[in-house]
Write a protein that binds this ligand. Structure first.
Ligand code: ADP
Ligand code: MG
Ligand code: MG
Ligand code: MG
Ligand code: MG
Ligand code: MG
Length: 679
């Protein structure tokens, strides 16, 4: 979530009175940061991951696995253990951190301090993740396990939570859902956020995921578990009036999206221009990594025809009014007409390689924001939104020292990439957060994808890679990435010539600036590398720069995941080869290189279909379960057996050769050197 203040949240009718106030002060706050820090230079590459867990409570007698709503108690326990460990640890050691997340069954952990870009740091990631998982595990009840699964298969099926006294609390009219009780998500900010989205929108959120039709799934599929005729609350009739579609799984609460777990990475860039380049470079990568990490094929007890959570999140936070959704004619003359979901991107780099044609989606901006944000339409695009949560205590802020109003709007735009400005009065620099990945069931996989994306982000700078394709094609890739079996069977738009910014010009420049004549490879001495580190200049505008500017449509084509990752023809090397080329520019000890190659080899096997995505593996587990009736239903027993299997695989007790490398060892082994050392 991101918003974690203490205070009194206003109800929507009150909060909306402050929308303009929050927006205008948020803008002022951003502009203060911008004016102060736009020239800030030389921040080093620091980065870190975030992993989210679901606490699952197992009942072996009943063969039932439910979500445990003990977040608060558990966090208190873990964090007091973390304090004890910290107190006994040397000064240069930072112990991993745990944070609350939207759902009361969720935990989030991060390393105690960010990593540097060094190889030893890169190789400590997996151990750090394992240490965190085991720390959580140690502070749960004996029948509870922290599971890294993206969507809980039976979330929203009655009876799938522990602690019945809380579940049966009477729902308040602001948060009445068929499938989720307010108690599930009753954290300080999540509840008002949920209620205010619903109030602004004028109805419950309505997410419809296509059902996976198996041999015995009824056609048409009209979900018998929807209480179609319930009439306790006014919202109850929405399902019947068209909110719930036939042949779909209907999800009517924000918690279905916000209650998912993901794997996020945050990178610091050396200055704002580099942060903008990194942001743009990673935008086309977002959908690919979503497809590669796909892990959520089951929703509310049914197999879906999608493998990922992303559209569920988009629908979960769809606070647009009927007018904004284009469902109702606009009554009074207003500047805001149909607007996109809170997920839409813009490229933001001010490099010449960022052609205006790439931002080809129509977007709505507020006229009064055009001037202040002339340099960054991205920010004005975020600021068409109303704030969703306003706290009475923090309405008036000192805009020179606070960024809370800015963060309020920023953190409720749920995009695959987030551009994070430096917080006021902190040593932290300009950062970019990569947010599309689904969390993997083991930390080996989580570490492998983290390592891959970190190295790719480095390669983007080292070789001035150009991944720009029209943003509408990125959106199309996002839609394809979520479809069933997308990684193995769909094609994605990608750049044909990733060196389009002029690789040779880049290498020459590198050699010039470091006084080297040999242009055969980008090998540099350690000292040279130190100079280059994180501060590689953007490509100069070539004299014949406009030679590259043919029609945008000629710059990209559709490729399979295997081709995008492993190369196609003579001109496109594939992302894994780019990462390898980057590694070649470093001096890496053989043993370290072997470990990195294990991760990259795993990513390669996932990308060419030799290993399954977690989504496909989960789907196969269900459809081959003896209790499965070929009707798309994931029963209590199947759910239980699945989650037991996930835990056993993670611990290395059960083999899954179609999912993991043959030599995978359990996550509870090998946790030496778990802490982060700051030098
Ligand atoms: P949020 O929930 O707002 O996305 P978190 O604080 O939970 O952010 O996690 C941010 C991640 O960024 C953590 O992994 C943390 O280690 C990492 N991080 C912290 N400081 C920096 C920094 N200066 N540069 C890059 N990453 C950082
Ligand atoms: Mg989180
Ligand atoms: Mg967060
Ligand atoms: Mg934060
Ligand atoms: Mg976080
Ligand atoms: Mg985050």
């Amino acid at each position: 979530m991101g918003l974690l203040y203490l205070g009194t949240p206003l109800v929507w009718d009150e909060a909306k009175k402050y929308a303009d106030h929050v927006r205008s002060h948020g803008i002022t706050q951003f502009l203060h940061i911008w004016d102060r820090l736009k020239d800030r230079q030389g921040d080093e590459l620091l980065w870190g991951d975030e992993i989210e867990y679901m606490v699952v409570s197992f009942d072996a007698k009943e063969k039932n696995a439910k979500l445990s709503l003990r977040q608060q108690e558990i966090l208190e326990k873990i964090n007091s253990a973390v304090d004890d460990i910290s107190a006994g640890a040397p000064n240069n050691v930072c112990v991993p951190k745990f944070h609350p997340e939207y759902g009361r069954y969720m935990l989030e952990s991060t390393p105690g301090a960010p990593y540097t870009g060094s190889i030893p740091d890169l190789l400590s990631v997996e151990n750090n993740m394992r240490y965190r998982r085991n720390l959580a595990r140690k502070h749960l009840n004996p029948n509870e396990i922290p599971i890294t699964i993206t969507s809980f298969p039976r979330l929203g099926v009655p009876g799938n939570l522990r602690n019945p006294s809380m579940i049966h609390a009477t729902p308040s009219p602001a948060t009445v859902y068929f499938y989720q009780k307010k108690s599930q998500t009753r954290t300080h900010v999540s509840r008002p956020c949920t209620a205010n989205i619903r109030r602004r929108r004028g109805s419950k959120v309505a997410i419809n995921l296509p059902i996976y039709f198996d041999e015995k799934t009824p056609r048409p599929f009209i979900d018998p578990t929807i209480p179609w005729d319930r009439a306790i609350y006014p919202e109850d009739s929405e399902a019947k009036r068209g909110a719930a579609l036939p042949d779909h799984i209907y999800l009517d609460a924000m918690g279905f999206g916000m209650g998912c777990c993901c794997l996020q990475l945050t990178f610091q860039a050396c200055n704002v221009a580099d942060a903008r380049r990194m942001y743009d470079g990673l935008i086309p990568i977002g959908p690919l990594l979503l497809a590669l990490t796909a892990a959520s094929p089951i929703w509310r007890g049914y197999l879906a025809d999608v493998d990922c959570r992303w559209n569920v999140i988009a629908g979960s936070v769809d606070d647009r009014t009927e007018e904004e959704r284009g469902l109702k004619p606009i009554e009074r003359k207003q500047f805001r007409t149909e607007v996109s979901l809170r997920q839409r991107h813009l490229y933001i780099s001010d490099d010449w390689v960022n052609r205006p044609e790439y931002n080809d989606n129509p977007i709505t901006l507020r006229r009064e924001h055009l001037q202040p944000f002339a340099h960054t339409r991205h920010i004005s695009h975020l600021f068409i939104r109303d704030p969703l949560v306003v706290f009475s205590e923090t309405i008036d802020q000192d805009d020179t020292s606070s960024s809370d109003h800015f963060e309020n709007i920023q953190s409720t735009n749920w995009q695959t990439l987030r551009f994070k400005p430096p917080p006021p009065n902190s040593p932290i620099g300009w950062r970019v957060e990569f947010r599309s990945m689904e969390v993997q069931m083991t930390d080996f996989e989580n570490a492998a994808f983290a390592v891959f994306v970190v190295l790719l982000s480095r390669a983007i700078f080292a070789f001035n890679l150009n991944f720009y394709i029209p943003i509408s094609k990125v959106d199309e890739n996002m839609a394809r990435a979520q479809q069933r079996d997308a990684s193995a069977s769909k094609k994605f738009f990608f750049k044909k010539d990733v060196y389009a910014t002029g690789r040779s010009a880049t290498i020459e420049r590198c050699n010039q600036s470091f006084g080297r004549q040999n242009t055969s490879a980008m090998k540099c001495t350690a000292e040279e590398r130190q100079k280059m580190k994180n501060c590689f200049p953007p490509p100069p505008l070539p004299e014949n720069g406009f030679a590259y500017r043919g029609p945008v449509e000629d710059e990209y084509e559709e490729m399979t995941m295997k081709e995008i990752m492993n190369g196609k023809g003579d001109n496109f090397p594939g992302l894994l080869a780019l990462v390898d080329a980057y590694l070649e520019t470093l001096e890496i000890e053989l043993r370290d290189m072997e470990k990195i190659q294990q991760y990259l080899d795993f990513v390669r096997r996932r990308s060419d279909g030799r290993l399954l995505t977690p989504a496909t593996w989960i789907r196969n587990f269900v459809t081959s379960h003896p209790d499965y009736r070929k009707d798309s239903v994931v029963s209590q027993t199947i759910n239980y057996d699945l989650l037991v299997a996930v835990d056993e695989i993670e611990r290395g007790v059960r083999r899954a050769p179609d999912l993991l490398p043959a030599d995978y060892r359990g996550g509870d082994k090998d946790t030496r050197d778990p802490l982060i050392f700051i030098f």
